[in-house]
Structures are given as C-alpha cells and as structure tokens.
Design a protein around this ligand. Structure first.
Ligand code: SF4
Ligand code: SF4
Length: 94
C-alpha cells in the first residue's frame, strides 16, 4: 500500500470532529451565545475579564473586548457582575 493510500484509509476510518484535538465526538452545530457590549458604559474595571471562566474577554484601551466568542458558554457571569450594565449575553433589544 502506498503512503497516499494509507493516509486515505486512515482518514476514512476516523469519526467526524477535530482530528487534532483527539475529540472523537462530532462538533455540535449549536452557535455560541452572543456577547453584547455597550462600550460607552464600560469603565474598564476588569471585573468581567477576571470573572469569565473561558477567557473570552480582555481589556483594550481601557474598554472590554471579546477575544474568544467561540468559547463563551453563556453563563452570564460577566453580565451579572458588571456594575455598569455594559455587557450582556443573548439577544436583548436595545
Ligand atoms: S457568558 Fe460566561 S463564558 Fe460568556 S463571556 Fe460572559 S462570563 Fe465568559
Ligand atoms: S465589568 Fe463592565 S465596566 Fe467592568 S470592564 Fe467589564 S464591561 Fe467594562
């Protein structure tokens, strides 16, 4: 069997999912929650950045920014702890 055939055979036998992660489960189709920020309300206190268990947030020029939206679980800790109502999760009409 050639090297190319061996690679194709190995790939065909692998389940869906990220082949590099060792994750054999197929990726969920569910979208991550939406993280909304009202920049003018943010005073850059860093509370949400430290509270986020998934490190989705960071401060940039003293304002919060989303750095990893994909990892957000929707726990809403950031929303609950923000003293200035500058960040919220999900679809809320402004
Ligand atoms: S909802 Fe939870 S995981 Fe998502 S950004 Fe806020 S604290 Fe982080
Ligand atoms: S907790 Fe609120 S005010 Fe503080 S950095 Fe986060 S979004 Fe800005």
């Amino acid at each position: 069997m050639s090297e190319e055939q061996a690679v194709k055979k190995a790939a065909a036998g692998k389940p869906a999912g990220n082949p590099d992660s060792g994750d054999s489960k197929p990726k969920k189709a569910k979208l991550p929650p939406e993280i909304h920020i009202r920049v003018e309300f943010c005073k850059g206190c860093n509370i949400c950045v430290h509270a986020c268990p998934k490190n989705c947030l960071a401060l940039e020029k003293s304002k919060v920014v989303v750095v990893d939206a994909e990892s957000c679980t929707g726990c809403a800790l950031c929303e609950l702890l923000c003293p200035d109502f500058a960040i919220w999760i999900g679809e809320i009409e402004e």
